[in-house]
Ligand binder design. Sequence first.
Ligand SMILES: [Zn+2]
Length: 320
Amino acid sequence: MTEVIFLCFHYLKRSDEYHRIYGYDFEDFKKYIEYLQNNFPIIDFEDFKLFLQGKKSLPPKCSVISFDDGLAEHAQIIAPYLQEKNISALFCLPTCILRGEMASVQTIHFMTARYGVRKFFKILKKYFSISDLLWSDYFDGTEDNLKILPLYSKIKEVLMKKIPGDKSRLILNTMYREVLLKDDPKVFDKIYFNSEDVNKILKMGHRIACHTDSHPFFMGLDIDDDKAWQKEVLEPKNILSKYVKQPIDIFAYPFGGDAKDFDFQKWTAQLKKSGFKYALNAYRNSKKQEKFDPFWIQRYSVQSKEKAEDLKNNSCHYFI
Ligand SMILES: [Zn+2]
């Protein structure tokens, strides 16, 4: 029997004009890796697959690490650092970034980091009308009295969950092009991977997984809408499969969630039908133990400033 934990990482701490983004200090990140190597040696996801097929044995305790959203620091700093240590990690990529389009979640993070939440809210108000939606249906005028964090939560709730995904994307993409990109023409490369980076990390021995096209709030995605499934699941799978010259079989749910809150069985059936063999979730609150399901692999999303031991304490431990 093997004890396996799965971890998911996002931003590294930055020192540029986007320094307000919450991220791990690189020195802390190195400590996480050292801790894992000493306590839960990091294994390649491909070896984990072989283990599940009974073709390979694993250490008694081990971990799989993954990096979501195709962030520039993953390709430029983390992937080479892990390669030096002979570690293979999984990178979950939304394919819109490979054609130069932002995922909405990073537009929100980087614009609020640069301009502050209140100014972001003002910019949002200015651009909201291009969506044909009525501002007053979502914001009641009490927002000016809110403190920063509740205001930020409300903005995210409206943009990611309340208004239709295509409208939210239209508003945020326009704000990105007309405001952020004008102020910082080089911003996209500061945020994301490019195609060359995908080839580079694969050469380093890392793996890639499908993380949809535009990183929508997946619980709001209509699974019976063939066009949406094509765009957010099948096309990204095909695009990424070309890089590895074999079918991509790992899907990572954007944002993560609770299996109770969506039609989990239906999603699993659709993913299987589309050729996936594994699906990864991400969560923030600690989970101790769960029965292993290859279509609902729980990854602990590591928060900045955590102690290395917290990785063990907060992870879902699978005994397989
Ligand atoms: Zn993501």
